[in-house]
Write a protein that binds this ligand. Structure first.
Ligand code: ADP
Ligand code: MG
Length: 757
């Protein structure tokens, strides 16, 4: 017994050195960890493409080919070493390897791992190359192919051999693909008898799922593609099921148990602001405010995600929500991911607050010490009703008298830990709303004891404690995001949140006309920009981050800037530039020059991606648009079309634009619907990338299921999880104990997530 938890070191063929390598490179410590490392792909030995049949835009191909020659290139494609020359790895930027089979020749390219690949890819030797072919000029190549040694006589009886995640260090340390297969076989032999079924019998029957033992064996060593499919389906279902069970359980527990600050009133400031609005709220805005109101009087903590496309009017909803909290005698905060955004929010919110008596302040990294002291005092004495800021709000010395509502804008930029810190700033139990504050502001007429509904039962979600250990009541939390998240992804990431959607744009919004052009029409584009500027409009020009080093990206941007300045010279035109290497002051200075209309054109990297509002800007030019992801393009496009004027988005593509990139650009030209774009984006790229771009905020990691491809399965698994929890919300029934055991595993732990986001 206990093989599963045995250290990997004791598996035959491992030992202390390789154990350390496995731990460092793959996080594998026990046999259980090992057998849960699944192949990410299978080599079908019948599936080898001949080089003559390789075409660009073919999906991934596997070639079996012999190395012909190797060439090392330095910067600017200068040849550093060829086969017979002395080798200079340090001066090399690129390794080109020509390979051949009996049908033709082709190039493999490496920018990384140059030395290692050079040394193993010796002329005459045969390898399996796996990767995505692409056209480069009139040649075809594969950049960074996976390279395997063709295996004779594998462990699998079938035709499919698993390929495991690996690293250069693992391979040089002797843990090749072949060795990994051997280790898996040995570990499975020891562990399989110990594996217990995790899913209830009736679900297995209902869904026609294979047993866990069978699935584990076949995910590693499938007999054929049918058994592999059965195994994969079962493991994916299990993963998605437990994930949903975990998320939903937290939601059930919270909605039953978590104390929430009661906010029964609306208050005069809300009405003052509302009545002075220059426009009517959209139906969607009204509905969302009602949903939020209902949360605030429920006695439970609100954890609501507000999704709304760029420009749908989320800020207004946030401000009105804050005013309700203030109307009940509480303070509020609005956190933005960047300084520029915080400033912009602050400026907008102050406008909305004019008709009210609410004091609003801005706290960011560049707030001076003196201002800071004033703000800290105003937060402690309760005189500041809304504090707008960046991460600076999370610092320990920011103490509220009674924080009742936290609004987090563009949540995916906030890490989980940061959310938890905000959580701990809620009011202390028993110290909420001292009567004198309330009376002085004339906001509450009843007793204040009811302001917090006490928990009448012990719940698993406990209140948070601050550093001094005092019990804290969590503020209500409203998370706003303009990134339209596909339904399946939202269901997973926010399975425990309530979701409101603003699915209606304010009236009078004109569609943004989007077009995609090649470099040959650059001059025509400049003419068009001049026309728009002559009409008093402004233009954004955005450059992508292309290179791995910030320095080179900056060069790229500066070249672009110079070109724009040449085409738009002083004194007629003023061009501002904003990028990530500037100090906060420089950024703000340049941004505000553009926002105030002192510059006609703003050249920037994607720092302007989120939230920035310059209604007078009517043209968004995106350079090298093929390099951007869809959701990023959509965010950028959302920067225009905010004013009364017709707006344009011009996607400038380079000559080397792949078919996939062209598809993205075509989609951008055909729709402005953020949700449709998000769905398509996930389908085209796979959520791996989507997750990759949001690393900081992701509370989960999936081992085998894919959010893009397995949306249907996710929905099905969720239904089972819901049914089980409806009957037994805290999973106490004897028949559910196996589920509880499984849920305790680390992989289903969602760190503090339900608490704050
Ligand atoms: P978001 O944050 O969702 O991208 P904003 O809150 O910045 O959008 O709103 C975009 C613009 O629309 C702002 O200039 C705002 O004043 C305006 N706006 C918001 N709600 C309405 C409405 N109901 N009618 C007209 N304009 C509105
Ligand atoms: Mg906004």
């Amino acid at each position: 017994m206990g093989e599963l938890s045995t250290s990997i070191q004791y598996l035959s063929g491992v030992g202390p050195k390789r154990a350390e390598l496995l731990r460092r490179e793959l996080g594998i410590e026990t046999l259980s960890d090992l057998i849960h490392l699944y192949p990410f792909r299978y080599i079908d030995r019948s599936g080898i493409t001949r080089i003559a049949e390789v075409a660009p835009d073919l999906a991934y191909v596997q070639l079996q080919a012999r190395v012909v020659s190797r060439t090392l290139y330095g910067p600017g494609s200068s040849i550093v070493s060829q086969e017979t020359d002395p080798i200079h790895f340090n001066a090399s930027k690129r390794l080109s390897v020509i390979v051949e089979d009996d049908s033709g020749r082709m190039e493999m390219v490496f920018f990384k791992g140059i030395k290692w690949n050079y040394q193993r890819l010796v002329p005459g030797a045969t390898f399996l190359f796996f990767g995505k072919p692409q056209a480069f000029g009139n040649r075809l190549n594969i950049v960074h192919p996976e390279v395997d040694v063709p295996q004779s006589g594998t462990l699998s009886q079938g035709t499919l051999t698993g390929v495991y995640p690996s690293t250069e260090k693992l391979k040089t340390g002797g843990i090749t693909g072949k060795v990994m297969c051997k280790l898996q076989a040995a570990a499975l032999n020891l562990c399989l008898p110990e594996i217990q079924e995790t899913l209830p019998e009736y679900i297995l029957r209902d869904r026609g799922l294979v047993s866990l033992q069978y699935a584990l064996k076949n995910i590693h060593f499938p007999g054929d593609s049918y058994t592999l499919q059965k195994a994969t389906y079962r493991l994916k279902f299990e993963e998605l099921f437990f994930l949903q069970l975990s998320l939903l359980k937290q939601k059930y527990v919270r909605s039953r148990g978590e104390r929430g600050i009661l906010m029964p009133k609306v208050g005069p400031d809300f009405h003052a602001c509302y009545n002075a609005l220059p426009y009517a709220l959209t139906g969607a805005q009204q509905r969302v405010i009602k949903e939020i109101r209902a949360d605030l009087v429920s006695g439970h903590q609100m954890n609501r995600l507000l999704q709304g496309d760029v420009g749908s009017g989320k800020t207004m909803v946030a401000v009105l929500s804050c005013l309700i909290a203030i109307g009940n005698g509480f303070q509020t905060c609005i956190m933005a991911p960047t300084e520029v955004l915080a400033q912009q929010h602050y400026a907008n919110i102050q406008k909305y607050l004019k008709p009210t008596s609410v004091r609003c302040a801005l706290l960011t990294g560049s707030t001076t010490q003196k201002e800071r002291r004033d703000i800290h005092a105003g937060l402690v004495d309760g005189s500041i009703g809304i504090i707008v800021g960046t991460h600076a709000l999370l610092e320990d010395n920011v103490v509220f008298r009674n924080l009742g509502l936290a609004v987090i804008d563009e949540q995916h930029r906030f890490g989980v830990d940061q959310r938890a810190r905000l959580w701990a700033k809620g009011p202390e139990t028993g110290r909420v709303l001292p009567p004198e504050t309330v009376a002085a502001r004339g906001l509450v007429n009843g007793g204040t004891a009811s302001a917090v509904q006490r928990r009448d039962e012990r719940s698993e979600v406990s209140g948070s404690s601050d550093s001094s250990g005092r019990d804290r009541i969590p503020p209500h939390v409203l998370v706003m995001t303009a990134t339209p998240i596909p339904r399946t992804l939202a269901m997973t990431l926010y399975g425990d949140l309530d979701v409101s959607v603003i699915d209606e744009m304010p009236p009078g919004r004109k569609p943004v006309q989007t077009m995609c052009i090649g470099q040959n029409r650059r001059n025509a584009m400049y003419r068009f920009m001049r026309d728009e500027i002559a009409r008093g409009r402004q233009v954004f020009v955005v450059f992508p981050l292309i290179f791995e080093s910030e320095k080179m990206d900056l060069q790229n941007l500066e070249q672009g800037y110079e070109e724009i300045v040449k085409a738009f010279p002083l004194p007629d035109y003023k061009v501002a530039i904003v990028h990530g290497q500037q100090t906060n002051e420089e950024k703000s200075f340049n941004m505000s020059a553009f926002a105030a209309g002192r510059a006609h054109i703003l050249v920037s990297t994607t720092v302007i991606e989120v939230g920035v509002d310059v209604p007078n800007a009517s043209v968004m030019v995106i350079e090298s648009a093929q390099r951007f992801g869809l959701s990023q393009l959509h965010q950028l496009r959302g920067r225009v079309g905010r004013g009364a004027e017709k707006s344009y988005c011009i996607l400038v593509k380079d000559a080397k634009t792949s078919k996939e990139a062209q598809q993205r650009l075509d989609l951008m030209c055909s729709t402005e619907d953020g949700f449709e774009i998000a769905e398509q984006d996930m389908k085209m790229r796979g959520p791996g990338d989507l997750e990759g771009t949001q690393q900081s905020g992701l509370p989960i990691s999936l081992n085998i299921a894919s959010l893009a491809r397995d949306g249907q399965l996710l929905t099905e698994a969720r239904i089972y999880a819901e049914r089980i929890l409806e009957a037994d919300p805290s999973l106490e029934a004897p028949q559910n104990q196996a589920l509880v055991r499984e849920l305790r595993k680390e992989k289903y732990e969602i760190k503090d997530y339900s608490k704050i986001s």
